[in-house]
Write a protein that binds this ligand. Structure first.
Ligand code: FES
Length: 290
């Protein structure tokens, strides 16, 4: 028997023309970023959470959910002024959550992309209800609290869809943690197997590692992109920077740090020692996100 969550998600995904709506929404969001020109990439990095080491969107959603929960309680207590302030704070937080969420959503496909449209529509409707509630609270009567209570129901549904996208469909989680990185010394292969200036994917005790050679120096980072699991060994290497072939995240191969998003997570990076022809890994570097 399907769970409540499965039933609600299935109903959402059965909405007709979700792909048409997704294309229209993506066109509008991409158009806005295109109009920002060269500033688009740093803005996206900011909103994806590359500076934070964690996706920004789920952190920002706490603001409207918390503020609107407070508004609900304050309405029950008859604290009209406090409730109105809480509704307003929630609206400000919701704008930030919406912009960061749409930026993350641009890099989704299939079910997460379609459910993301429903998630945005439900939360957008809630924002309209809260905006109307904010205005109505200047007038006598119970319309303001009624509208925000309706909004709260929608926000709760939107949060369930957001949780399904993240926790069930694995959008926003760290995909470099699919296997345990080796902690003890492990032989990752021979120097001669990698062309100078090139890269090669190896299996290090069941953990996929990208080796990058520069003369007798070798760098090693996780080969599976932390963003959504793209194969970094099929990406492009330019100097010390590798670009993921799936959505263009860029990492420094020296320490796995993020050069550009959309990833919010750096790549785990290994300590490497070259002994003769052998490449030896000695566990993760302290600053690797492993
Ligand atoms: S999987 Fe998305 S950038 Fe690598």
């Amino acid at each position: 028997m399907p769970t409540i969550s499965e039933t609600l998600v299935a109903a959402a995904l059965a909405t007709p023309d979700l792909d048409v709506a997704a294309d229209a929404l993506a066109g509008a969001v991409n158009g806005a970023y295109d109009s920002a020109g060269p500033a688009a990439r740093p803005i996206k990095d900011l909103l994806n959470g590359t500076w934070l080491g964690h996706p920004l969107h789920p952190a920002l959603t706490d603001v409207p959910i918390g503020a609107w929960t407070a508004a609900l309680v304050l309405d029950l207590l008859g604290e009209k002024r406090g409730a109105k302030i809480a509704v307003g704070v929630g609206l400000l937080g919701a704008v930030g959550a919406a912009i960061s969420g749409l930026t993350d959503w641009l890099n989704t496909y299939g079910k997460p992309r379609r459910l993301g449209v429903v998630h945005a529509a439900v939360n957008g409707s809630a924002m309209l209800l809260y905006t109307a509630s904010f205005v109505a609270r200047d007038r006598p009567g119970a319309l303001g609290p009624i509208l925000s209570t309706l909004g709260y129901s929608l926000v709760s549904l939107g949060a369930l869809y957001g949780g399904a996208i993240s926790l069930d469909m694995q959008i926003g989680v760290n995909h470099a943690h699919g296997a345990e990185p080796p902690e003890d010394e492990i032989d990752a292969g021979s120097l001669g197997e990698i062309a100078d200036g090139g890269m090669r994917r190896v299996d290090a005790g069941g953990y996929p590692v990208l080796l990058v050679r520069n003369g007798n120096e070798v760098h090693a980072i996780a080969a599976v992109c932390a963003h959504q699991g793209g194969p970094l060994d099929e990406g492009k290497l330019e100097g010390d920077v590798v670009t993921c072939p799936w959505h263009g995240s860029q990492f420094c191969v020296r320490d796995g740090s993020i050069v550009h998003g959309p990833t919010a997570y750096p790549q785990p990076a290994f300590r490497v020692r070259v002994q003769g022809e052998r490449i030896l890994l000695h566990g993760l570097k302290a600053h690797g996100n492993g």
